[in-house]
Design a protein. Structure first.
Length: 666
C-alpha cells in the first residue's frame, strides 16, 4: 500500500513538472520560429529548449513512459546537432519539432488519466531523426571573426558565435562588457545575477564567462565576468545596468558591418553549459490542486460552523445570557477565518499569463489551416485567477479565438481591398477590477458582425443594440458559415461561451463595428467557492447575492416610482438616471411583499434593479454550485448554508435581469 501511495505522489510530481516543461518548450519553439523569420540568432533558445526536453526525457524514463522518452530523445538530438553545427533551424525543422511536442502532450495526459500511453508514431520518429542528420537544416552561416581573447573565444559554441555575428543583420550590435564583483556592490544588491537580469532586459544575453584577474583594488576577489550580448541599447544604458565603465564597453559586431571569415571555435558540449539567465527561482513547493481543494473544503466547513455559532449566541442572548465575551471570540474567529480564506485563495491563484500561454500555438495552427496571416498580441499583465475559474474559462477563450480567426478576420486579398494590412490582428488582454472580477477582452480587426445578414440567417428581426445582437449570436445552432469546417460552423461556439461564463456568475459583452472589428469581453469572478455576499429577504424567504455584482442598495419610495405602459417594470429615479425596477417576488412568482429595498446591478452596461423586502446583512458564504442539469435554474448560481442546516439560494441577478427583460420567469 505504501509503495502504491509513493508511486501516486511521484506521478503527481512528474505530471506537474512535465506540464511546466511542455509550456516552456512550446514558448521557446514559437520564439524560435519568430527568430527564424526575422533572421535572428537562435543559440540561447535552442539550448533552453534542449534542456527542457532533456529533463522531460529523464523524468519520463523514471516513470517508464517510453513513447515520451523516444520522442524527446529524437528532438533533443536534433537540437544538439543544430547547436554543435551552428546551423539555424529552418522553419520546416521547427514545424516538425512542434509536431513532436503536440505528440508528447496527449501521451502525458494519458499518464494523468491512468490510460495506456500510445506508442510514438514511427513516421514522426523518423522525421525527427532526419533533423538530427541535418536533412532539413538551413545552410550554416559563414563563421565570423570576433575580436575576443582566444581563451574566451575557445569557450563559445558555433551557435553562439553565429548569434553574435548575425547581430548586424538585425540592425543591432554584439557587445562585450565586464562586471567586477565587489563587497560594496553586493551590499547594494548588485551581483552578477542582478546584472544578468538587467542586461537580459536590454537585449539577448548570449554568454556569461568568468575570468580570473589579478586581485587588487579593481577586482578585490580576483574574479570578473565577461558578458556577451546582442542589443540595440546605447553604451550609457548598458553601463548603467552593469555598473560598468562606458569607455570599456567593446562593440564586437557593429550594425550592418560584414564579418570576415574565421576558423570555427572549439565546441563545448551543450550539456555542460550553465543555464541561460532568466527569472530567479525562489523557494517553491509543488502542491496537488486536490490538496488545495481539500483545504478550501475544510475552510468552507468552518465558515458554516461560524454561522451556527452566531445563531447559537443570538439564541442565548434572547434568553438573557451574557454573551459579550462570546461575541468577542466570534469576532476574532471571523477575522481569523477571513485571513485564512485570503491565504488559501492566494495559494489557489494562477497567472492569467500562464493560462494564455497555449493561445499562440492555437492561433498558429488556425492560421495554417485557414491560410490566414494572423498577428497575435497577448497582454495579461499581472492578473491572477482562481485555478477552478481558470480551468472553466479557458474553453470559452478557445471558442472566441477560433471564431475570430475563422469568421472575423478576412483573407489577405479581401483585407488589401479594404485598405487593411494583409496580416490580421488578434489581441487578447485582461485586467483585474477592484470589484472582485476579471475582464478579459478578445479583439480582432476583422470584418465585424453584420447584424442584418445574421438576422436573415436566423429568420429574426435585425438587432438594434449590442445586447440583442449578442443574444442572436448565442442562439444554439446558428452559424455564419454555410458548412461546418474543422474549426467552426456548427453553431455551438457562442452558445457555449455564454453558458460557461454565466455558469461562473459572470457575463459576456459585445462591441462591434462593420469593417473595423469586434471585441468580446468576458467578465468573470476571481473566485467562485467562498464569496462576500449580501443576505436579504423576499416573500418571507432568505436569499443570497454576491457583493461583487451589486452596484448599489437603495431605499424604495413607492410614491416616487413611475409605472411603465406595459405594467411590468416600474421606473426608479437614481441621481437623474432612470432605472427599471422589477419586484423579485414577481420574477419567482411569489406573493408580493413590501419591497422596501432595491438591489441595483448592471447588465451590458445598463442598470437594472430588483425590489426586495429587507436586507439581513453581509457575510462570507460558501457557494455550492448546482451541478445536476435537472435542477439547474436560470438565475440561480447555487446554494449555501447560513448555519440553520437549510439550503439558501445564491442568485445570479445579472441572469435574472436578462430573464426579466425578456419577460421570462426563472
Amino acid at each position: 500500500m505504501t509503495g502504491r501511495l509513493d508511486r501516486e505522489e511521484f506521478l503527481a510530481g512528474f505530471l506537474a513538472e512535465a506540464d511546466e516543461l511542455l509550456r516552456g518548450a512550446t514558448s521557446n519553439l514559437l520564439a524560435l520560429e519568430a527568430a527564424a523569420r526575422r533572421g535572428e540568432g537562435q543559440g540561447r533558445l535552442v539550448r533552453e529548449l534542449f534542456r527542457a526536453l532533456h529533463t522531460l526525457k529523464g523524468l519520463s524514463a523514471m516513470v517508464d513512459v517510453e513513447p515520451v522518452v523516444a520522442l524527446a530523445h529524437e528532438m533533443e538530438g536534433a537540437l544538439r546537432e543544430a547547436d554543435r553545427s551552428g546551423r539555424p533551424l529552418s522553419l520546416e525543422a521547427i514545424d516538425t519539432l512542434l509536431t513532436g511536442l503536440r505528440a508528447i502532450e496527449p501521451r502525458v495526459r494519458a499518464v494523468a488519466d491512468r490510460q495506456v500511453v500510445p506508442a510514438a508514431p514511427p513516421s514522426l520518429v523518423a522525421a525527427l531523426a532526419d533533423l538530427q542528420a541535418g536533412a532539413t537544416a538551413a545552410p550554416a552561416p559563414a563563421p565570423a571573426a570576433l575580436p575576443l581573447e582566444p581563451e574566451l573565444l575557445s569557450k563559445l559554441t558555433a551557435a553562439e558565435v553565429g548569434q553574435l555575428a548575425q547581430a548586424s543583420a538585425t540592425a543591432r550590435r554584439a557587445v562585450r562588457l565586464e562586471f567586477v564583483p565587489a563587497p560594496e556592490r553586493a551590499a547594494r544588491g548588485v551581483t552578477i545575477t542582478s546584472v544578468r537580469e538587467a542586461l537580459g532586459r536590454l537585449g539577448d544575453l548570449v554568454r556569461v564567462l568568468p575570468r580570473a584577474v589579478p586581485a587588487g583594488a579593481a577586482a578585490p576577489g580576483g574574479l570578473a565576468f565577461v558578458l556577451l550580448l546582442v542589443t540595440g541599447a546605447s553604451d550609457a544604458e548598458l553601463a548603467a545596468a552593469a555598473e560598468a565603465d562606458p569607455g570599456r564597453i567593446q562593440t564586437l559586431v557593429a550594425p550592418g558591418a560584414p564579418a570576415p571569415p574565421a576558423p570555427p571555435p572549439v565546441v563545448d558540449d551543450i550539456d555542460d553549459e550553465e543555464p541561460a539567465p532568466g527569472r530567479a527561482r525562489g523557494s517553491y513547493v509543488r502542491v496537488d490542486v486536490a490538496r488545495l481543494d481539500d483545504a478550501l473544503e475544510r475552510l468552507s466547513d468552518l465558515v458554516v460552523t461560524r454561522f451556527r455559532l452566531v445563531r447559537a449566541a443570538a439564541a442565548l442572548r434572547e434568553r438573557g445570557a451574557d454573551v459579550r465575551e462570546l461575541q468577542t471570540i466570534i469576532q476574532e474567529t471571523s477575522r481569523q477565518l477571513r485571513d485564512l480564506r485570503a491565504s488559501i485563495m492566494r495559494a489557489r491563484l494562477v497567472s492569467v499569463g500562464e493560462l494564455l500561454e497555449r493561445v499562440p500555438l492555437l492561433v498558429r495552427g488556425l492560421g495554417q489551416r485557414t491560410g490566414k496571416a494572423v498577428r497575435l498580441e497577448v497582454d495579461a499583465g499581472r492578473a491572477e485567477l482562481d485555478k477552478a475559474v481558470a480551468e472553466r474559462i479557458f474553453p470559452a477563450i478557445v471558442h472566441l479565438v477560433r471564431n475570430a480567426v475563422d469568421h472575423a478576420l478576412e483573407p489577405a486579398e479581401e483585407r488589401r481591398a479594404a485598405g487593411k494590412p494583409p496580416e490580421g490582428l488578434l489581441r487578447v488582454t485582461c485586467h483585474r477590477r477592484t470589484d472582485g472580477f476579471l475582464e478579459l477582452d478578445v479583439t480582432d480587426d476583422g470584418r465585424g458582425v453584420d447584424a442584418a445578414a445574421l438576422a436573415r440567417r436566423a429568420g429574426a428581426p435585425v438587432p438594434q443594440d449590442p445586447d440583442a445582437l449578442l443574444d442572436l449570436l448565442c442562439r444554439a445552432g446558428l452559424s455564419t458559415h454555410d458548412a461546418a469546417t474543422e474549426t467552426s460552423g456548427r453553431g455551438m461556439g457562442m452558445d457555449i461561451v455564454r453558458r460557461i461564463v454565466q455558469g461562473l456568475g459572470g457575463e459576456v459583452r459585445l462591441a462591434t463595428r462593420p469593417g473595423a472589428g469586434t471585441t468580446f469581453t468576458l467578465r468573470v469572478p476571481l473566485s467562485i467557492s467562498i464569496l462576500d455576499a449580501f443576505t436579504f429577504e423576499c416573500a418571507g424567504q432568505p436569499f443570497v447575492v454576491p457583493v461583487a455584482v451589486v452596484e448599489e442598495i437603495l431605499a424604495v419610495d413607492p410614491a416616487r416610482l413611475v409605472a411603465t405602459p406595459g405594467g411590468g417594470a416600474r421606473l426608479l429615479e437614481r441621481r437623474g438616471e432612470v432605472v427599471p425596477l422589477v419586484p423579485l417576488a414577481q420574477v419567482f412568482g411569489f406573493e408580493p411583499g413590501p419591497g422596501g429595498k432595491a438591489l441595483v446591478v448592471r447588465r451590458g452596461g445598463a442598470p437594472f434593479a430588483f425590489a426586495v423586502d429587507r436586507m439581513l446583512g453581509q457575510q462570507e458564504v460558501v457557494l455550492r454550485p448546482l451541478e445536476d442539469p435537472l435542477v439547474r435554474v436560470r438565475g440561480v448560481a447555487g446554494t449555501t448554508d447560513l448555519g440553520d442546516g437549510l439550503p439558501t439560494l445564491v442568485l445570479d441577478l445579472v441572469a435574472l435581469s436578462a430573464a426579466a427583460t425578456a419577460g421570462e420567469a426563472a
